[in-house]
Design a protein around this ligand. Structure first.
Ligand SMILES: Cc1cc2nc3c(=O)[nH]c(=O)nc-3n(C[C@H](O)[C@H](O)[C@H](O)COP(=O)(O)O)c2cc1C
Length: 252
């Protein structure tokens, strides 16, 4: 295997979320590389249905940090919010006097979510390649409407998550992931196999990982986290269907 291929695989397989950054902004060059990688991602039907908002205003950063309840949303070298975005495409279609019904279908939102997620993961890997750390921030969904208002998001857009970047001030262990035994099937899904797996060994690995983590140490395990559903089912996150509909993503 060539050195550059090994390097890419190492970047992918050794990646961890970074939540503690040195107190300095990213250089203009680094920022450019990250956004360029983001916009180079593959895209469904060439719709490029994702956009990025860089939040440089410290006041907005602080407001987002309060929504997220995470200090590293304010303390980082770059904060990007990834927006599932059909506004641009609809504007282009309107300009051409085309009635544009597609955005009213669930498929439009699925496409935009996939496009935007691919953009984000490209950005994350690009940052790793520059020795810059990052963490996804789904916690902006703690109060999606407030994020929409703060960022002045128009109809046919939705803030999926943010991502904080920065020069790392932490070197967390790699978080153990489920592997081939649990997630890889051949030709068809095997419910018997899944139902027969004992997750205790993996659970212990995850518990040990949390116990030994230097920063953001917590007493948690895999099974408890998954079974309880945690933050997914709390507070304003329950309003998301309504907000999607207000943003123009009406299911029909
Ligand atoms: C869509 C998405 C949203 C996430 N939201 C948050 C978040 O709000 N805060 C946070 O600290 N980590 C967040 N994460 C990071 C995950 O907690 C992390 O990826 C996972 O625990 C695995 O750890 P690793 O990235 O170090 O491998 C998010 C990850 C994804 C993909």
């Amino acid at each position: 295997m060539s050195q550059s291929i090994t390097h890419v695989l190492d970047l992918i397989n050794q990646r961890t979320s970074i939540r503690k950054f040195k107190p300095m902004l990213l250089s203009g060059d680094d920022k450019k590389q990250i956004t360029k990688a983001s916009f180079s991602a593959p895209t469904t039907q060439f719709r490029q249905a994702g956009s990025v908002i860089e939040v440089s205003d410290p006041k907005i950063k602080q407001q987002l940090a309060e929504i997220c309840g995470q200090s590293y949303v304010a303390n980082n070298g770059l904060l990007l919010v990834f927006i599932a975005d059909e506004y641009r495409n609809i504007a282009i279609a309107k300009e051409q006097n085309q009635e544009h019904f597609m955005y009213k279908k669930p498929i439009s939102l699925i496409n935009a979510i996939v496009d935007t997620s691919l953009m984000a993961q490209n950005a994350s890997l690009a940052s790793d390649s520059l020795n810059i750390g990052s963490v996804y921030l789904g916690s902006i969904l703690n109060d999606t409407q407030k994020v929409i208002d703060l960022l002045k998001l128009p109809k046919y857009t939705f803030p999926l998550f943010a991502m904080a970047f920065g020069y790392p001030d932490d070197k967390p262990d790699i978080k153990p992931k489920l592997d081939d035994t649990n997630r890889l099937f051949e030709n068809s899904y095997d419910t018997n196999h899944i139902n027969s797996i004992n997750f205790d060994t993996y659970d212990k690995k995850v518990k040990d990982y949390y116990d030994s983590r230097d920063s953001h140490n917590r007493n948690d395990s895999f099974i408890t986290q998954i079974a309880q559903g945690g933050h997914l089912i709390q507070g304003k996150r329950l309003d998301i269907a309504k907000i999607l509909s207000n943003q123009g993503f009406d299911w029909q």
